[in-house]
Write a protein that binds this ligand. Sequence first.
Ligand code: ATP
Ligand code: LTN
Length: 336
Amino acid sequence: MDNNNTERKKVIFSAIQPSGMLTLGNYLGALKNWVAMQDEYNCIYAIADLHAITVRQEPAKLRKQIIETFALLLAVGIDPQKSLVFIQSHVPQHAELAWILNCNTQFGELGRMTQFKEKSQRHADNINVGLFAYPSLMAADILLYQADLVPVGADQKQHLELTRDIATRMNGVYNNLFTVPEPYIPKIGARVMSLQDPTKKMSKSDDNPNGYVAILDKPEDIMRKFKRAVTDSEAVVKYAEGKDGINNLMGIYSAVTGRSFDQIEAEFEGKGYGDFKTAVGEAVCEALRPVRERFDALMKDKAALEDIYREGAQAASRFAARTLSKVQKKVGLIGR
Ligand code: ATP
Ligand code: LTN
């Protein structure tokens, strides 16, 4: 990361959980923006592996997913020369600051989090303390880097609000500890819906794999999923209320080709849904092909990949250590 310019650029922090194969939704809704922000901002991106273990994981599978998610971030265009990119658990200050934040977060605040309520229902046999404290670890991620802006989806807004509350409260008690982060809503943003139920968002944890396109899906699978995509019986390619399936396909096509909805409507005037679905599938395959190729190349050289995540963690750790040390001293611990 270019430290000479960092002072003036705003700091962006975001993270993604290595909890499955990332989807076209993650790509168009998050990762593409992460890439686009690299020149304008001082970007810090993490693989949130400590968050992933708040629900039970199979160790071998998790290990594989962490590496693959890391490689995928590089493959989509996150450039370690421009941005800090690392694996959360490799930077011990995250867990250390999280403990101090836990001691400054109220039980009631965490108990109100809708994600906690929802996940404790889904994982009723494992309502662990980590699941409960998930938002204070997320706050530690953000506050360690004094982030100005945090791009998050709607489901994480409440956690970001809590981060702001914790930061503001601790700033009041301990005087000027943290930058209070703002949510970042990207200029270009696509909410990609499930191909099987276009009223639901496309999700990597969907039980039906035909509902989502994984970034690394093979072209034939991508084509098949688009051909089976749920549409309507009107057979007109037009953006309109009630045409959730077509609206979603138009959104995807627009995001990957850069064409406007008007242009897309004109392009498919008089043509059927079959032609349209094929065109969307092909455009997505084309957009994802270079990503898959770069991913394959990166995964072939594990040693080089390891160098990148080790260097990323070292650089992040130097940054994080400054904040942690300041916090430790201010709360009355003796700095190391
Ligand atoms: P899960 O399906 O397991 O709940 P997810 O696929 O929703 O996970 P997250 O890890 O919660 O993924 O989200 C990572 C980022 O990707 C977030 O910024 C989120 O807003 C974005 N994202 C996820 N799914 C979509 C989608 N369908 N459309 C747009 N953005 C998405
Ligand atoms: N909880 C987030 C991932 C995440 C994150 C963060 C996002 C962990 N730490 C800090 C923004 C900032 C998720 O599941 N999407």
